[in-house]
Design a binder for this molecule. Structure first.
Ligand code: FAD
Ligand code: 2HG
Ligand code: ZN
Length: 485
């Protein structure tokens, strides 16, 4: 794991002692607390998903109620003990693990579904409900959670809200800033602020809950979420196609919006390198296309009438082939085929992560510039002679992502993390994005990785306001320190 060379432990934070542990034991049961007597269990909370960041916390608290979270926070605030909130720990920017000895506050035991109103679609749950379980519950009630991610088996509802994750269907269902109806939050001083009973519309003053969406656990602990679930689509379908160049990907997107319109629910792209890594990773899974292409696009439709939707998608595919917007394309024959097509997209992140390590950049750009950052980075790494077979340190630099949202993921799959690679990538990538007026974080957040880099995408006055907000909510700075701003 990468060390944390650029920061020093803040000495104003107290070092945990036996009296603190006694206090936590007095309010929690034995399955709500993990400490140094269980080193392996502790290690799994200290290490991030990419195995890039590792903290040294000696204590994980796993309270099972909002009241216990409140007591913990009050105690930590009074005693200046630093805390990292943790959901499913699938974060990709080093936000969910400690940097030093911060206490880890895991929401794992807060995993109850609280309420569902099938008329309005309002779903309420504890923050620690795993996204897969929220999907399953809503599916059984003829609805869907308005967000899906390749990490759905591990990430929490509270974790995705804290990250303001985007995912695979944002194009259709919109961002969590629109879908989250209310939140229950424990503030750093232990106070509980709740809008969990929120209504669809409510203009009585500032919409305070918005600040916690995407705050990455820096100003409060989300304990409950109320979210608008969408009606379950009765018909799903997908096509997978090969395309020569990124200009044509954009032409196809325009055509898809115009012709698939209300049933279009995802428009994802992958470059040649992404699929090469995924072919390696999914050893043996038959590839849906006959030839290899520079770009691949997955288009999903979802609607209420299978025959109508399939006819529309099939006509779209034929006319795109006739217009030479595609070199090759296939439509899913059945549900199993649909799932297989998605496997080629959802497996790209674990495939890139399977060589030893990975540098990741998650960026928003105007669509016309979206792929150019990947070309610029690949050129730079190639010129430095770092990409190729072992012993070269880089396996591949690939680009893929959510065309519909103007969001590209750049993954540099490496055999090892080295300073040389990092210095070639940063600040080059950020300067490139700033020159195109893009965002250095589209959906994964800031965390530890991009702290100190906000100025590439935000003005001085915006950063000043963000610091004011942080100070206002967390005057002692105990929540998720060393990150974000
Ligand atoms: P964690 O990783 O545990 O935490 C994320 C941040 O939120 C941290 O700052 C943490 O301190 C804070 N936090 C967590 N829970 C709370 C809480 N209850 N209250 C306050 N703060 C809290 N992201 C996307 O946007 N789109 C994708 O398509 C996507 N795909 C992914 C695919 C894979 C394979 C992986 C590993 C990750 C992916 N991610 C994606 C990144 C990740 O951001 C999401 O998985 C998710 O948002 C993280 O949720 P989590 O519960 O794991 O949160
Ligand atoms: C995705 O879209 C996720 O698959 C993960 O946001 C992207 O790992 C990545 O870089
Ligand atoms: Zn993504």
């Amino acid at each position: 794991a990468e060390a944390y060379p650029k920061v020093k432990r803040n000495s104003k934070f107290k070092v945990l002692d036996a009296a603190d542990i006694d206090f936590f034991r007095s309010i929690l049961s034995s399955d709500e607390l993990v400490e140094s007597r269980s080193p392996e269990e502790l290690a799994s909370f200290n290490q991030d998903w990419m195995k890039k960041y590792r903290g040294q916390s000696n204590l994980v608290l796993l309270p099972n109620s909002t009241e216990k979270v409140s007591k913990i926070m009050k105690y930590c605030n009074d005693n200046k003990l630093a805390v990292v909130p943790q959901g499913g720990n699938t974060d990709l920017v080093g936000a969910s693990v400690p940097v030093f000895d911060e206490i880890i506050l895991s929401l794992k035991n807060m995993n109850r579904i609280r309420d569902f109103d099938s008329v309005s679609g309002t779903f309420k749950c504890d923050a620690g409900v795993v996204m897969r379980d929220a999907h399953k519950f809503l599916h059984d009630h003829d609805h869907i959670f308005p967000l899906d991610l390749p990490s759905r088996n591990n990430c929490h509802v509270g974790g995705v809200v804290s990250t303001n994750a985007g995912g695979l269907n944002l194009l259709r269902y919109g961002s969590l800033h629109g879908n989250v109806l209310g939140l229950e939050v424990v503030l750093p001083n232990g106070e509980i602020i709740s809008s969990i009973n929120a209504l669809r519309k409510d203009n009585t003053g500032y919409d305070l809950k918005q600040l916690f969406i995407g705050a990455e656990g820096t100003i409060g602990i989300i304990t409950g979420v109320s979210i608008l679930a969408a009606a379950k689509p009765k018909a799903l379908n997908a096509i997978f196609c090969g395309i020569d160049n990124f200009d044509t990907v954009q032409d196809l997107f325009v055509k898809a919006k115009g012709e698939l319109s209300e049933i279009l629910s995802a428009f994802e792209f992958m470059d040649r390198g992404s699929i090469e890594c995924t072919i390696d990773y999914l050893k043996g899974l038959p590839f849906p296309l006959e030839n290899h292409h520079n770009f691949y696009v997955l288009i999903e439709t979802s609607g209420s009438n299978k025959r109508h939707d399939d006819e529309k998608l099939s006509a779209f595919l034929s006319s795109a082939l006739d217009a030479k917007l595609l070199s090759e394309g296939v439509m899913a024959k059945d549900k199993a085929d649909y799932d297989r097509i998605w496997t080629w997209r959802k497996s790209v992140p674990p495939a890139c992560n399977s060589y030893g390590g990975m540098y990741k950049y998650d960026m928003s750009l105007q669509l016309k510039d979206l792929y150019s950052v990947s070309e610029a980075v690949t050129k730079r790494l190639n010129e430095a002679g770092l990409i190729g077979d072992a012993p070269k340190p880089i396996v591949k630099s690939v680009g893929y992502g959510h065309v519909g949202d103007g969001n590209i993921h750049l993954n540099i799959a490496v055999r090892e993390f080295t300073k040389e690679i990092e210095n070639l990538l940063e600040p080059f990538v950020y300067e490139y994005i700033a020159s195109k007026k893009g965002s250095i974080s589209a959906e994964h957040g800031v965390g530890f990785h991009k702290r100190g880099h906000l100025h590439y995408s935000r003005s001085d006055i915006e950063i000043r306001f963000m610091k004011d907000v942080k100070r206002h909510y967390d005057p002692n700075g105990i929540l998720n320190p060393y990150k974000y701003i």
